[in-house]
Design a binder for this molecule. Structure first.
Ligand code: HEM
Ligand SMILES: [Ca+2]
Ligand SMILES: [Ca+2]
Length: 302
């Protein structure tokens, strides 16, 4: 139902306008492309790709931004507003905030060296937020079965789970999302055994026991700002940062192991799968036709 030509007559250069603003932002903040990709994920997994994550608190809205996976964690809202302003300047009232997130995600991956794809468009913006669902997003502490279930709940399969987890090839994570692996894993009194010992020592140094947990760490220790397949070779050497990353490879007998191996062995296979899984994720429950609205300010309903 979405279409790559949705804005062909109403806003033919929307992709270029979005890309330009993202590129500007990237020139002063290499991390921003990772942050923008993550915003699209956090949007699509809650009420579908409807721009719900962009809504601020108001009389009628309880914002998803305060949910645990988002608070003091998701970022890039100012850049989304800059994109919206640039798009409104050329095509007023035409392009949804939900589509802006999808376009910014594709531009971000491309600008970091990853694959390109034809973004499907035509989503409209929702008028509600769902903080409860936002709190139930996939968690870095979930076991593999739970992660698989949460993906299948939105129509995504194991290949989508592994391919999309490859987004952790760039960007940062705070100590509090993985420090449970470093000292007393699951009450064992020892670190997570599926963590390389040299990498463990580095992480312990960066995330001391009893620290405030907000220190940033590269999700991909090999190529932290490049979109490539090193995330998967890291998993093969027990250098995944989050428990939810390493589990894809280290859960014994798991169906995801062979998928990790195929992406680690051939970057073009990963790139193709990532692009098609991004389209799958972007198709989660969009509002189309006369449903929803085109927000004039991404932070609030019209
Ligand atoms: C499989 C389940 C997933 C879990 C449990 C998970 C969890 C996390 C966590 C805990 C962080 C660090 C946040 C922080 O420290 O503030 C993070 C960062 C990130 N995630 Fe995920 N994630 C998952 C899937 C995805 C997917 C599907 C994408 C996109 C397609 C994605 C893209 C990113 C990016 C790019 C970052 C870095 C953001 C930045 O530096 O601002 N993640 N993720
Ligand atoms: Ca949403
Ligand atoms: Ca990388």
């Amino acid at each position: 139902q979405l279409s790559s030509t949705f804005y062909a007559s109403s806003c033919s250069n929307v992709s270029a306008v979005v890309r330009n603003v993202v590129q500007q932002a990237q020139s002063s903040d290499v991390r921003i492309v990772a942050s923008l990709l993550r915003l699209h994920f956090h949007d699509c997994f809650v009420n579908g790709c409807d721009g719900s994550i962009l809504l601020d608190n108001s009389d009628s809205i309880q914002s998803e931004k305060d949910a645990l996976p988002n608070k003091n964690s998701v970022r890039g809202f100012d850049v989304v507003d800059d994109i919206k302003t640039a798009v409104e300047n050329v095509c007023p009232g035409v392009v949804s905030c939900a589509d802006i997130l999808a376009l910014a995600a594709e531009a971000s991956v491309d600008l970091a060296g990853g694959p390109t794809w034809d973004v499907l468009l035509g989503r409209r913006d929702g008028t509600t937020a769902n903080p409860t669902a936002a709190n139930n997003m996939p968690s870095p502490f979930d076991d593999l079965d739970t992660l698989k279930q949460k993906f299948s709940d939105v129509g995504l399969d194991d290949t989508d789970l592994v391919a999309l987890s490859g987004a952790h090839t760039f960007g940062r994570a705070q100590c509090r999302f993985f420090s449970s692996r470093l000292y007393n894993y699951s009450g064992t009194g020892s670190p997570d055994p599926s963590l390389d010992s040299t990498y463990l020592a580095t992480l312990q140094q960066n995330c001391p026991e009893g620290g405030d947990g907000t220190t940033l760490n590269n999700l991909d220790l090999t190529t932290p700002d490049t979109f490539d397949n090193k995330y998967f070779t890291n998993l093969q050497s027990n250098e995944g940062l989050l428990q939810s990353d390493q589990e894809l490879f280290s859960t014994s007998g798991a169906s995801t192991i062979s998928i990790v191996n195929s992406f680690a062995g051939d970057e073009s296979t990963f790139f193709q799968s990532f692009a098609s899984s991004m389209i799958n994720m972007g198709n989660i429950d969009p509002l189309t036709g006369s449903n929803g609205e085109i927000r004039s300010d991404c932070k609030k309903v019209n």
